[in-house]
Design a binder for this molecule. Structure first.
Ligand SMILES: *Cc1c(COP(=O)(O)O)cnc(C)c1O
Length: 387
């Protein structure tokens, strides 16, 4: 197997620093490497495999659709695309959906929707998108511009103009920033994921929602990571009791196949017309069939279990010696550890638990259906790794 490492290192662009592990199979929240070593998966492919690896209902939905038709282009109707859009609207309270293939593409669509809405309502000079410092919105040039972390920007100038950043949880400063520009939209992650698993304050989110409603500014919530049950609600905005105008989502939506979605609310539902936007693979029937299998199972029972497991993890992890604080929401958890996060994650890997990092923290994003016994076993390994 060492040759796989060599081939990859030689031929795959060096954008990822991989762990020296080749994953060959898995079942649920357990995965196995090339030597048959077992790991408990607390990363879910970065919040993607919502029901774990090789989930049977998911597999069946995918196989069934592949047996019928794998792609048609958006010139024709397909059943999975239509049914998924309906299901998403019913579960979110949003009104229409545009489908793409990734988180960044969903955010590009959300930004285009916001800009067009403002251009038509107030004039094309109302183009500024206000986002937060320490945010993460993707890797395309426009979503990098939206991302409020200079480290990502340096060698890729010029980025798309029209983005300004303001600190999280400082409402007066955000209002000042919005008023200092001709603002189309405010765009936030309700729990900053890559930025260190930090949930925004309720008052700050209430303030943004009110400002956007009062001044007809588009309120965009990036739920690429927080969406689809991860937060303990179908979407994270439901924890805050606010209603965005546009929601982007992706990672966990299709349980492991590429998909992105822009959900358009009452205010923005008709903003796109023929030719305004598109994506060859968008609404792919296999990805949509997979997503229907995922979304239709995110019900009150499952969400209750997510919240229970979350409460268990918050409580147990906070007790661990060497853990300074626990942050996040639902099954999106950050640990501020005394030891460097990379060392803790390395030790966990050695002892059979896959964890992630985010902005100097250990980050946990287990599958929504991870069994309690595996969580217990994993907590013991994390405890040992923090020593
Ligand atoms: C991962 C992520 C993105 C980017 O998604 P890709 O599928 O990698 O393009 C955007 N926003 C947030 C909040 C994310 O966590």
């Amino acid at each position: 197997m060492s040759t796989i490492y060599e081939i990859d290192n030689t031929y795959v662009a060096s954008t990822y620093k991989r762990f020296p592990v080749c994953i060959v199979s898995g079942k649920g929240s357990e995965v196995f490497d090339e030597n048959g070593k077992r790991y408990i998966d607390l990363g879910s492919g970065i919040a993607v495999t919502s029901f774990g690896i090789a989930d049977e209902a998911w597999q069946q939905a995918v196989i069934e659709q592949i047996g019928k038709v794998q792609h048609t282009s958006n010139l024709y109707y397909t059943e999975p695309c239509a049914k998924l859009a309906k299901l998403l609207c019913e579960k979110s309270g949003m009104k229409k959906v545009f489908f793409g293939n990734s988180g960044a593409e969903a955010n590009e669509g959300a930004i285009k929707a916001a800009r067009k809405y403002a251009a038509e309502k107030k004039g094309p000079e109302y183009s500024t998108i206000v986002t937060l410092e320490n945010s993460f919105h993707g890797r395309t040039l426009t979503t990098l511009a939206a991302t409020g972390q200079d480290a990502f920007h340096k060698l890729f100038q010029p980025l798309t103009p029209g983005f300004v950043h303001t600190p999280a949880n400082d409402l007066p400063k955000l209002i000042e920033t919005v008023h200092a520009h001709k603002t189309a939209a405010v765009m936030v992650e309700l729990v900053q994921g890559e930025g260190g698993v930090r949930a925004l304050d309720q008052d700050f989110v209430d303030g943004i929602a009110k400002l956007c409603a009062d001044e007809d500014i588009v309120f965009v919530v990036d739920e690429v990571q927080t969406g689809n049950g991860r937060s303990g609600q179908m979407y994270a905005y439901m924890n805050y009791g606010v209603m965005p105008d546009v929601v982007s989502t992706a990672k966990g939506l299709a349980g492991g196949l590429p998909i992105g979605a822009v959900l358009l609310g009452e205010k923005t539902k008709d903003v796109f017309s023929y030719g305004d936007h598109g994506s060859t693979f968008g609404g792919n029937p296999v990805s949509c069939a997979a997503a229907i299998s995922v979304v239709s199972r995110i019900d009150e029972k499952l969400l209750g279990e997510v919240r229970e497991k979350s409460a268990y993890l918050f409580e147990e992890l906070a007790k661990i010696e060497g853990v300074k604080s626990v942050s996040g929401l639902g099954l999106m958890i950050g640990l501020d550890t005394e030891k460097p996060a990379g060392d803790v994650v390395g030790k966990c890997l050695e002892n059979g638990v896959l964890c992630l990092t985010a902005h100097g923290k250990v980050r946990l994003l287990p599958a929504l259906n991870i069994p309690m016994e595996l969580l217990k076993e994993a907590v013991a390994v994390i405890k040992e790794a923090c020593k």
